[in-house]
Design a protein around this ligand. Sequence first.
Ligand code: SAM
Length: 294
Amino acid sequence: MMMGRTPRPDDIHASMAPDHLTERDYAQLAEIVERHAGIKMPVGKRLMVEGRLRRRARALGLPSLNAYCHYLFGQGGLDDEFQQVVDAITTNKTDFFREPIHFERLVDTIIPDLLDSTGAGRSRPLDVWSAACSSGPEPYTLAMVLSDVAAERPGFRFSIGASDISHDILQAAARAVYPEQMIEPVPQDMRRRYLLRSRDQERPTVRICPELRQQVTFRDFNLLTKGSPWQRPMDVIFCRNVLIYFSPETQQAVLANLCDSLRSGGYLLVGHSESLNNLDLPVTPVGPAMYRRK
Ligand SMILES: C[S@@+](CC[C@H](N)C(=O)[O-])C[C@H]1O[C@@H](n2cnc3c(N)ncnc32)[C@H](O)[C@@H]1O
């Protein structure tokens, strides 16, 4: 979209100013980030944003935030840099089996219902999308749970799509290597089946086994984009713990678009702290942070 340029000496010159974002720069950055990524940057986040952008400025060899903004808002700066800003300011906290009731409901309610009502999983694969997947624990939890279902129900087929706006985080998701303490919520029998342990005693890590990694397709996708990164409509969409960063208007637009990508009778799951109460969407509540497409 936008043309880029590399930092110039006059950017460095601007570094004599104190190392904080000015109110004007912060407001301009917040406006751009919300317009392109939907993410709100209230003034309370300023220190966090400054810390993250300082690291980015250092990586570019720029000595201050002032110099960084000079570069960023200069002609073409955003072309090269917008993705890096997104990578720097997104919050990627995630866990395996986060809000575990959703994975329980998937197995005991959603799959049996969709098998009966639409044949999803039997006559065609059950299509599941982890939208805003962060570094991968959510789609890999889905892969473990659905692989267990497939082991118990011969012929059961599924496909998992996972997407996020952050390129850094998608690379981490594809690598699928996690510090060992992160797998605490994964049941022991699943660890044996689906996780590989590193031999490094000092920094023990686990990697998702190749069979599971192959079951997840990752895509770079901004939820503000109309449509979907997938060829087929979905049976189940997990869109959890990302709506909290959006305004009600953005939530409405993002969720209406996701509903367009959901088959009639399909399920939408959001984070437990995210409410759809005041939104106008073609769904009915059917469980905790769980909705069914009309
Ligand atoms: C807190 S994580 C949630 C991860 C996971 N869904 C979970 O519940 O554990 C939020 C993720 O949303 C992503 N995100 C933020 N804005 C986005 C947008 N406009 N489009 C797609 N992903 C976005 C961030 O990059 C981040 O990885």
